[in-house]
Design a protein around this ligand. Structure first.
Ligand code: ASP
Length: 345
């Protein structure tokens, strides 16, 4: 039943542990349909919100996430945008950071919350973290102040913290504290009360109508440098037919070995119009090319600094920008600057 003047929230269930059950014989977790969310979590009735659930078929383990499903999520939000005050996306934790980053780039003029959440334990299990994550995410999606959404951005709520979606990485496989946001502070903390940190929350400057961009180019690769990386391996990756962009996961503040073959392979690839975006493989901090000899040549060769972007934010941004049909120089310019708060400036 529709309750008048109550917040309306659309819950989009894509899959993930939160809605999984154990296959009896072997105990393997598989996603199941989750239409009856209110039956699983009767506490939701006490929120007195208008809640609707859309379930993707089939619900997936987020390891099977694809750009096509990002588009499906974005289209679902776009179609329902005027009918709801906020959106909660239930998603597996494994690739939540990628989806949150991708979605953050897709929406222009967003003025409603899109909150991603999930859990480490299925919602049907006694010690689940799913219930608190779900209930608080719904409250955050519904929070308004003077008629405006309190958090009008793509964000991730997990284990009592609200993060900017394009700033997180999954950092723990089984701890309830699965995510960290090393280079950007929390948007909110849910203790006894939900405390919002207004100064950290992004508000769209343009008040135009919502625009959704739905093209991604998948001809990209993440190339993580390690001591002993082989010349043939390196060369073959850069020679993948159709390759357009490389996220180079370098050491420390953006360094790679000074061995000649590596930099000359990068230069050859750049001549072939392949874009290189340099991010650090450290869990925090930023790329600063030119600080050491081992990164100065990258700068001279035309490698773009990803500054303090996470690898997840970097690869999805590269796929997104390549998908927009922009000139190469324009793509490089955008890669180096904040589109929607994914880089500190
Ligand atoms: N493998 C699961 C997924 O990402 C893990 C989770 O939901 O936490 O879908």
């Amino acid at each position: 039943m529709k309750v008048e003047n109550k917040p309306s929230i659309l819950i989009i269930y894509t899959g993930g542990t939160i809605g999984m059950v154990q296959k009896s014989a072997n105990g393997i977790l598989v996603p199941v349909k989750f239409d009856q969310i209110q039956e699983e979590v009767p506490e939701l009735d006490r929120l007195e919100y208008n809640l609707q659930v859309v379930t993707f078929t089939p619900p997936i383990d987020s390891s099977n996430m694809t750009p096509a499903i990002w588009v499906k999520i974005a289209n679902t939000i776009e179609r329902n945008y005027s009918k709801y005050d906020g959106f909660v996306i239930l998603h597996g934790t494994d690739t939540m950071a990628y989806t949150a980053s991708a979605l953050s780039y897709m929406f222009e003029n967003l003025d409603k919350p899109i909150v991603l959440t999930g859990s480490q334990l299925p919602i049907g299990i006694l010690r689940t973290d799913g219930k608190e994550n779900l209930i608080t995410s719904i409250q955050i999606a519904a929070a308004r102040n003077n008629g405006q959404a309190v958090v009008p951005e793509v964000c991730v709520y997990f284990n009592s913290k609200l993060f900017r979606g394009n700033r997180i990485s999954k950092r723990h496989a089984d701890d309830f504290r699965a995510f960290s946001s090393p280079n950007y502070p929390e948007l909110a903390n849910a203790g006894v009360e939900i405390k919002y940190f207004q100064e950290n929350i992004h508000r769209s400057a343009n008040k135009g109508i919502l625009k959704v961009r739905t093209h991604f180019d998948e001809n990209v690769v993440i190339l993580k440098i390690f001591p002993g990386i082989g010349r043939m391996v390196f060369e073959n990756i850069l020679n993948i037919p159709g390759l357009k962009g490389v996220v180079l996961e370098s050491f420390g503040s953006g360094n790679i070995p000074t061995t000649r073959w590596m930099i000359s392979q990068i230069k050859i690839a750049i001549k072939r119009k392949i874009i290189f975006l340099n991010v650090t493989q450290c869990q925090g901090g930023a790329v600063n090319m030119g600080q050491y000899e081992t990164s100065a040549e990258l700068l001279n060769a035309g490698v773009v600094s990803g500054k303090d972007m996470t690898t997840e934010a970097a690869i999805t941004k590269l796929m997104f920008l390549l998908g927009q049909g922009l000139e190469q120089e324009e793509i490089k310019l955008h890669l180096n600057k904040s589109l929607i708060g994914e880089i500190s400036e």
